[in-house]
Design a protein around this ligand. Structure first.
Ligand SMILES: C[S@@+](CC[C@H](N)C(=O)[O-])C[C@H]1O[C@@H](n2cnc3c(N)ncnc32)[C@H](O)[C@@H]1O
Length: 311
C-alpha cells in the first residue's frame, strides 16, 4: 500500500513539475568533488578519454566539465595547441575548473569555460566545428538522443565523441534504501530527481546510432565506493556529488532524518552480509560522425529510446 501512496505522490510532483535541480548540490559539493569523486571515479574518466584521439591543434567541446578533471587532461593532451570550449551549469564547479585550467591558456591554446546549460551551449556551436566532444557523467541530465543529435551536427565529419555515464543500477543498496524510506513516508519526497541513467552500454550505443553516430567502443565498468561503514557511504555519496538533487528532492526540515534512516538501512545490510559493497557501475561509449553523413538531424531529434530513471 505504501508503494501506491509513493507512486501517487510522485505523480502529483511530476504533474506540478516539482523537479529537483542538481545545481545547488553540485555547488555545495564543488569544494569536495576533487577529494571524493575524482580520486575514485576520475581514473575511469581518463581511461574513457583513451578511447578517442586528442591531438595538438584539435578543437574539443566538453559538456558539463564540472571541476575540470577531464578538461585538465584534455589540455595536457593538446600539448599547447588547439581549443577547448567547455560549459557547466554550476558556478561552484566551474570556479574550481577555471583555477585549474585557465593558467594553461595561451595564444596557441584557446580555453573558454562558460557557465550555462549544455543543451543551449552545444546548440550555439557552429556545425562541423569540433574534432571531439566529451561528456563526462552528465548526459543523464539531458535528453540523450537530442543532445547526441546536436553533437553530431557540431562534429566535423570523422570527428569523435565519448560519453561516460553512471548506470541505472549504481549504488543499488543506497537507492533501494531510499525507496523504502520514501515508501514508508511519501511526504518526505518534495521533488523528483530526473535523470536518464542508461541500463547498459548497449542502450547508450542505441542513442548514438539514432543520432547518426557510428559506435567504435562500448563497455561496462564498476567501481566499489570507498565506504566500509554506513556513515562512510552516506558521506561519500553526499560529498562526491553522486547524490546531486537529493537536497531539493527531500523535505529540507527532515533531511537529517532521511540520512539517518539510510545509514540505518545500510547498517542492516552490513550486519547481514558482513561487508558493504556499494558499486558505482558505469558505461563508456565512444563513436564517430561518419565522413559521408547525410541523415537529417531534425528527424533524429524525434527519437525517444531513452530510459528515464526517476527517484
Ligand atoms: C558528476 S559531475 C561531472 C563533472 C565532470 N564532467 C567530471 O567528469 O568530473 C556532473 C556535472 O554536470 C553539471 N550539469 C548538470 N546538468 C547540467 C546542464 N544541464 N548543463 C550543464 N552542466 C550540467 C553539474 O553542474 C556537474 O558539474
Amino acid at each position: 500500500m505504501s508503494r501506491v501512496r509513493l507512486a501517487a505522490r510522485a505523480l502529483r510532483l511530476a504533474l506540478n513539475k516539482a523537479h529537483a535541480d542538481p545545481t545547488a548540490d553540485y555547488d555545495a559539493a564543488s569544494g569536495d568533488y576533487d577529494a571524493f569523486f575524482s580520486p575514485v571515479m576520475g581514473r575511469h574518466s581518463i581511461a574513457a578519454l583513451d578511447a578517442v584521439p586528442v591531438a595538438p591543434g584539435d578543437t574539443v567541446v566538453e559538456l558539463a566539465c564540472g571541476t575540470g578533471h577531464l578538461t585538465e587532461e584534455i589540455v595536457r593532451r593538446l600539448n599547447g595547441r588547439g581549443a577547448v570550449h567547455a560549459v557547466d551549469k554550476s558556478p561552484g564547479m566551474l570556479r574550481v575548473a577555471k583555477e585549474k585550467v585557465l593558467p594553461h591558456a595561451s595564444a596557441a591554446l584557446h580555453i573558454e569555460l562558460s557557465e550555462g546549460d549544455m543543451d543551449a551551449f552545444v546548440q550555439a556551436q557552429p556545425s562541423a566545428s569540433a574534432d571531439l566532444v566529451v561528456v563526462g557523467w552528465a548526459i543523464c541530465y539531458t535528453k540523450p538522443t537530442r543532445l547526441l543529435a546536436e553533437i553530431e551536427r557540431v562534429l566535423r565529419p570523422g570527428g569523435r565523441v565519448v560519453v561516460i555515464e553512471t548506470r541505472a543500477d549504481a549504488h543499488r543498496a543506497l537507492t533501494e534504501s531510499l525507496e523504502r524510506i520514501f515508501a514508508d513516508d511519501p511526504s518526505l519526497l518534495t521533488g523528483l530527481i530526473r535523470v536518464t541513467l542508461p541500463k547498459d552500454a548497449a542502450t547508450v550505443a542505441r542513442w548514438f546510432v539514432k543520432a547518426g553516430l557510428a559506435v567504435d567502443v562500448q563497455r561496462e565498468g564498476a567501481q566499489t565506493i570507498p565506504a566500509h561503514t554506513p556513515e562512510d557511504a552516506v558521506e561519500w555519496v553526499q560529498r562526491s556529488g553522486a547524490a546531486a538533487g537529493f537536497k531539493t528532492a527531500v523535505d529540507s526540515a527532515r533531511e537529517q532524518l532521511v540520512l539517518d534512516r539510510i545509514a540505518a538501512g545500510l547498517g542492516e545490510i552490513l550486519a547481514q552480509q558482513g561487508v558493504l559493497d556499494i558499486q558505482h557501475t558505469f558505461v563508456v561509449v565512444a563513436g564517430t560522425k561518419p565522413v559521408n553523413s547525410t541523415a537529417s538531424t531534425a528527424v533524429r531529434r524525434r527519437s525517444g529510446d531513452e530510459e528515464a530513471s526517476v527517484v
